[in-house]
Design a protein around this ligand. Structure first.
Ligand SMILES: Cc1cc2nc3c(=O)[nH]c(=O)nc-3n(C[C@H](O)[C@H](O)[C@H](O)COP(=O)(O)OP(=O)(O)OC[C@H]3O[C@@H](n4cnc5c(N)ncnc54)[C@H](O)[C@@H]3O)c2cc1C
Length: 456
């Protein structure tokens, strides 16, 4: 068996893996990214191609290196089509927004990590995580072009994406690492890249539309005014539906897609759940989709993956410099994730839970009665404030949905309480159990208010 030694081994050449590797390589440490795909396919990842907040992305990969992948920077709002209510909502999206060529972006981030000094091993399928007698992770084993290969490292960073295979093989029984992970906390998503003959009118918008049969949605994101990323996603709690058929039917019915040609097709799972309670174990950190770092209401995960990669990379460097890879040493990584976006995503998960319990038509009616900017706040900030006068106007407009609105407000209170609790995430593993227990009590109130089946 071929053996390699590195300071850090990173699983997966996605956004989280590339940002982690670039951060570590910048400081002069030896880091390898192990990727199952070949050099050409690496970076070709199922995505809606909407990139939010790239203006503030971590600097380990300079933003100008990503820019060649930005195919549409003129997008500034969401367009919610609600056929049940014969309504179209135009909702502003806060922060910088671009639609990208995801494959090209994949090449850019890989090149960015290489420029920083990271090594890439392609065609290498990870099979197992190695641990010493005390349970400390010591590396990986993999299969490279049919040959067994092993990697020894001080730290393993798991950026292997949704339902990471690494976590199936490792023993976390003595660690805080979150193993309460189930397929029903994920969304199934599929997308096509479609070429249309005539420019679309909505090339400045991300278009969303609810599916007819279950709590899912279709999207049309314009890479350019003639190249559209058309996709569909639904929570895996729903009865399986013919994903592709739903999308095909809508494409057939839309005038702008007459004579269109499909260029590329891809599908995958993405986490639509709260972030992992703890994404560390001795010698091990999980980043991005492998730790649930996705906005569970929009499915946007690129920004969370980039930041988690940076934070894990910085924590790995500190651990190596201190000669200590214990959970206590790696804990600050958990804290930084919760502090930056984890608390917000945990609060947003409450709305995802609500959406699995309410009737789609009721939800759409309610959405149609809400003003766009309030919806935008709820979607991205996890909370929204409303004045008394405003509430009164809303009450008139939303007649017929008052019962839902009351439930929505109670749910919002639960989400606010949860966010507050996550803002007091423990500063060491010692207080973790107590924090989790109080969080679980808050979740009971969420299930009671929404009427949803427990998700965790
Ligand atoms: C259809 C779809 C649409 C989406 N749309 C958007 C969007 O518009 N905007 C947005 O921000 N987010 C979107 N997301 C989410 C976003 O794509 C992810 O959150 C993001 O890619 C996560 O990055 P990551 O690095 O954690 O994982 P990934 O990008 O999934 O990378 C994981 C890498 O690990 C490799 N790997 C996995 N297993 C192994 C193994 N055993 N051995 C070696 N390598 C392995 C994979 O090949 C892959 O390269 C979408 C997701 C889907 C599925």
């Amino acid at each position: 068996m071929t053996s390699h030694e590195f300071d850090v081994v990173v699983a997966g050449a996605g956004t989280s893996g590339c940002y982690a590797a670039a951060t570590i390589a910048h400081e002069g440490y030896d880091v390898v990214v192990v990727e199952r795909k070949d050099a050409e396919e690496a970076g070709h990842i199922a995505c809606g191609d909407a990139l939010k907040g790239a203006d503030a992305f971590p600097e380990a990969i300079p933003k100008e290196k990503l820019e060649p992948a930005f195919t549409n920077t003129g997008v500034d709002h969401g367009r919610f089509e609600i056929p049940q209510e014969d309504t179209v909502l135009e909702i502003p999206v806060p922060g910088e927004l671009a639609v990208i060529d995801r494959w090209e972006y994949g090449r850019c981030i890989i090149q960015g990590a290489k420029d920083a000094g990271a090594t890439f091993h392609y065609d290498t399928v990870i099979q197992d995580v190695t641990q010493d007698d005390d349970g400390v992770v010591t590396g990986l084993t993999a299969n490279r072009k049919g040959e067994p290969v092993e990697y020894e490292a001080d730290i393993v960073i798991d950026g292997a994406g949704s339902l990471s295979l690494l976590q199936d093989t490792v023993d976390f029984s003595d660690a805080t690492f979150d193993t309460n992970v189930n397929y029903s906390q994920f969304c199934s998503a599929y997308r096509e890249i479609v070429h249309v003959e005539e420019p679309v009118e909505w090339d400045d918008a991300l278009v969303f539309k609810p599916t007819e049969r279950a709590a899912g949605y279709l999207w049309y994101f314009p890479r350019t005014d003639t190249e559209i990323n058309a996709g569909l996603g639904f929570q895996m709690t729903e009865e399986p539906m013919e994903l592709v058929d739903d999308l095909k039917k809508d494409l057939r019915d839309r005038e702008e897609f007459q004579g269109a040609e499909v260029e590329d097709k891809l599908g995958a799972a993405l986490p639509t759940r709260r972030p992992y309670d703890s994404a560390v174990a001795p010698g091990y950190m999980a980043v991005g989709d492998a730790a649930g770092h996705v906005n569970p209401t929009t499915g946007g995960g690129i920004a969370g993956a980039a930041y988690a990669g940076k934070y894990a990379g910085e924590q790995a460097i500190e651990a190596i410099e201190q000669g200590d890879v214990s959970e206590a040493m790696l804990w600050e990584y958990n804290e930084r994730v919760m502090d930056h976006f984890g608390a917000r995503y945990a609060a947003l998960d409450v709305y995802n839970i609500l959406s699995t319990a309410v009737d789609v038509d009721d939800l759409m009616g309610l959405l149609a009665s809400l003003p766009g900017e309030k919806l935008a706040e709820a979607l991205y900030e996890g909370s929204t404030e409303m004045s008394t006068l405003f509430k009164a106007k809303l009450a008139v407009k939303s007649f017929g949905y008052w019962r839902n609105i009351l439930q929505f407000y109670r749910t919002k209170q639960c989400a606010d309480d949860l966010m507050d609790h996550y803002e007091h995430y423990p500063s060491s593993p010692d207080e973790f159990e107590m924090w989790q227990s109080k969080r679980d009590t808050l979740m009971e109130a969420v299930y009671e208010t929404t009427g949803a089946e427990p998700k965790y």
